[in-house]
Ligand binder design. Structure first.
Ligand SMILES: *Cc1c(COP(=O)(O)O)cnc(C)c1O
Length: 215
C-alpha cells in the first residue's frame, strides 16, 4: 500500500474526525507523498525534528503539531514552529510558552496532556492535577486552550484501551463548557478506531500511514 492509499483509507473511516499524520518515523519521500496528496496536518515529537522538516517541506503549507514532552528551553523555538502544542503537561511549560508567545504577539494554541494511564514513564498531568493546569492555562492571555490529549497504554488487546478513552471523554465532558474545550486528541495507529468510538475528534497516526503494508 502506498502512503496515499493508506491516507485515503484512514480518512474514509474518520468522517469529521481530524487526522494528525505523525511523521517522526517517516522518510522525507513518504511525508512528501502525503503533502502532495493534500494532507498538511503533521505531528512530531521533537522540536528539533520539526524545525528540520519545516525547512525541508517549506514549499507546502504544513500545520505542525507538537506531540512530545517539551523542555522550557525549547519554548522559544516551539512557539515559532507549531500551530498546536498538544503536550502541555505542567504550569512551568505553560508559563514558558505563554512568555515566548507574548514576545511574538502570538496566541499559541495548546492542548493539555493527561497521563490517563498513570504510567510513570509517560508524561502528562495526573488526572487529579488536570483542572489546576487547565485553570492556569486558561488564565494566560497568550495561550489559547483548545482541549485535551492523552495516550492509552500500549496493550496487545486493543479493546483494553477503551476504558482509558472513556475516562478521557468523561474528563472532557466535565470541563468542556467551563474552559471552552473543543479538541479531544486520542488514539494512535493501533487504537484510533476505539478512540473515535469513545468520542475522540482528533487522532494521531504514524505507523498506520507510513509502515509497509496496512494496519
Ligand atoms: C508516535 C506518536 C503517535 C503515533 O504513533 P503510531 O503508533 O505510529 O501511530 C501518536 N501520538 C503520540 C503522542 C506519539 O508520540
Amino acid at each position: 500500500m502506498s502512503v496515499k492509499n493508506n491516507l485515503r483509507n484512514i480518512l474514509a473511516g474518520l468522517g469529521s474526525v481530524q487526522l494528525v499524520a505523525v511523521t517522526k518515523y517517516a522518510v522525507p519521500e513518504q511525508a512528501q507523498e502525503l503533502l502532495v496528496a493534500g494532507h498538511f496536518m503533521l505531528g512530531e515529537n521533537k522540536v528539533q525534528s520539526a524545525a528540520l522538516k519545516a525547512e525541508q517541506y517549506k514549499q507546502h503549507p504544513v500545520q505542525w503539531h507538537m506531540l512530545g514532552h517539551l523542555q522550557t528551553n525549547k519554548a522559544r523555538q516551539a512557539v515559532r514552529i507549531f500551530e498546536l502544542i498538544q503536550s502541555v503537561d505542567s504550569p512551568k511549560i505553560a508559563a514558558a510558552l505563554a512568555a515566548e508567545a507574548a514576545k511574538i504577539d502570538k496566541r499559541q494554541k495548546i492542548l493539555v496532556q493527561v497521563n490517563i494511564s498513570r504510567e510513570p514513564q509517560k508524561y502528562g498531568a495526573a488526572p487529579e492535577d488536570t483542572e489546576t493546569l487547565l485553570q492556569y492555562c486558561a488564565a494566560q492571555p497568550a495561550l489559547e486552550l483548545l482541549g485535551l490529549m492523552a495516550m492509552a497504554p500500549d496493550l496487545a488487546d486493543k479493546e483494553l484501551t477503551r476504558p482509558y478513552f472513556r475516562e478521557m471523554r468523561a474528563l472532557f465532558d466535565r470541563w468542556a463548557a467551563s474552559y471552552n474545550l473543543r479538541i479531544l486528541s486520542l488514539g494512535m495507529s493501533g487504537d484510533y478506531q476505539i478512540a473515535v468510538q469513545e468520542g475522540a475528534n482528533m487522532v494521531r497516526i504514524g505507523s498506520g500511514l507510513f509502515a509497509e503494508g496496512q494496519r
